[in-house]
Write a protein that binds this ligand. Structure first.
Ligand SMILES: [Zn+2]
Length: 131
């Protein structure tokens, strides 16, 4: 069972820690997804757009949405030479041990510590924010 955005908001409204963030969080997520429903969202993006929500709270909120299946995690393997994302996958075990990098042409070895986690919206989330 997937929780609706409305149910998620109602849960946040009851939480002392998160109730002050609800309006901001909705506006930021809604704005990002209105521009591109496939956007990869992370705590840095949320915190940089908000005067209220810091990165730790943003990550908490994103993880809560992921737990309710309103967001899915997407893992990014950045090029070791700084040329952007070499590969993305939904699970760490989907990455090979070595990749020939499309960005720089070199071969990189997988390193779990370098993997960046971002979140993409489920259809349910995109639809419920459109309403
Ligand atoms: Zn590379």
């Amino acid at each position: 069972m997937t929780m609706s955005w409305e149910q998620f908001e109602a849960t946040l409204q009851r939480s002392e820690e998160f109730q002050t963030f609800v309006a901001d969080f909705r506006e930021i997520i809604g704005d990002i997804l209105a521009r591109d429903p496939d956007s990869a969202i992370d705590e840095h993006i949320i915190a940089s757009r908000s005067n209220l929500i810091d990165e730790n709270s943003a990550l908490d909120l994103l993880v809560m949405l992921e737990r309710e299946h309103l967001l899915k995690t997407l893992l990014f393997w950045p090029c070791a030479n700084g040329y952007g994302t070499s590969r993305e996958a939904s699970k760490a075990k989907d990455f090979p041990t070595f990749i020939e990098c499309d960005r720089c042409g070199e071969t990189h070895e997988f390193d779990q510590d370098c993997i960046e986690v971002r979140f993409v919206a489920s259809d349910e989330l995109v639809n419920s924010l459109r309403r």
